[in-house]
Design a protein. Structure first.
Length: 270
């Protein structure tokens, strides 16, 4: 009797484990390619525990690298000074911060553009402030914007001159006028030569708003395939932007127009 009971328990255990293994192996494959809400993937990106080191390629040629770092601000006001939060306590998120820095070669090795930027978001993921610094010796550009002020401040300087201009958001609704301010009467010809549609058209401005779609996918990592997310958006109905994200929110690969790709160092290629 005892022997039959032990045999029955072992048999049940074996069957259960095989069912679970089958579900993990084939059930996961069956769910590949299924759509999921894009905000879920962005939530994982914003709260990723690790940074992403990315190599920048253009048409297969390495031209630079960058680091993508995210952090979360938490409300610890309720905690007494010096106290540790109770185990299992969920802290209240008050803001998010995204940082991107690196450099890219524009022409020769001497023409290297260095950049660093940060973006702050509220707990509802609406943006609060943005800063971008570009350095291409001897020139330096600094762009700052605060949502509360509804302005964009641009600073430029080189070894001999300085320039500062503050734009209101209302002015940015007419980019052609801004280009004309800096380039002159040839602004329209410049924009047309680049193949860009007129930004005065409300349909064009609407097309600039990226609508992200997300789905599950498999990405090759070394010699193995791992489950990941795929984010995709279209810009002006002409350009595709694709981002592959790990289950933990780490950026694995980014595909941009003009043959530009950003590949995580773990992928070992472009």
């Amino acid at each position: 009797m005892a022997a039959r009971l032990i045999f029955g328990v072992l048999a049940a255990f074996w069957i259960t484990m095989n069912v679970l293994l089958w579900r993990a192996e084939y059930g996961a494959r069956a769910s590949m390619g299924s759509t999921i809400p894009a905000h879920v993937v962005w939530g994982k990106i914003l709260t990723a525990p690790d940074s992403s080191s990315l190599t920048i390629f253009r048409k297969g040629k390495r031209i630079g690298f960058c680091h993508w770092i995210t952090s979360v601000g938490e409300d610890l006001a309720r905690m007494s000074s010096g106290e540790s939060p109770p185990e299992g306590m969920v802290r209240k998120i008050v803001n998010y911060r995204l940082d991107l820095d690196g450099n890219v070669m524009l022409g020769t090795a001497a023409d290297r553009l260095r950049f660093d930027s940060h973006l702050s978001l509220g707990s509802d993921r609406t943006w609060h402030d943005f800063e971008l610094r570009l350095n291409l010796r001897p020139e330096t550009w600094l762009v700052r914007s605060l949502a509360s002020e509804q302005t964009v401040r641009v600073n430029w300087q080189d070894d001999h001159e300085k320039f500062e201009r503050i734009f209101r958001f209302s002015e940015l609704q007419n980019p052609e006028a801004l280009v004309q301010e800096f380039v002159g009467p040839a602004a329209a010809l410049l924009l047309n030569g680049m193949g860009l549609p007129s930004l005065k058209d409300p349909k064009t401005r609407s097309a600039l708003a990226l609508q992200w779609e997300a789905r599950t996918e498999s990405v090759k990592l070394g010699h193995a395939s791992v489950r990941a997310y795929r984010l995709q958006a279209h810009l002006l109905d002409r350009f595709n932007i694709v981002v592959f994200v790990s289950r933990a929110g780490e950026i694995l690969r980014v595909e941009l127009p003009e043959g530009i790709t950003l590949a995580n160092d773990q992928l070992g290629g472009n």
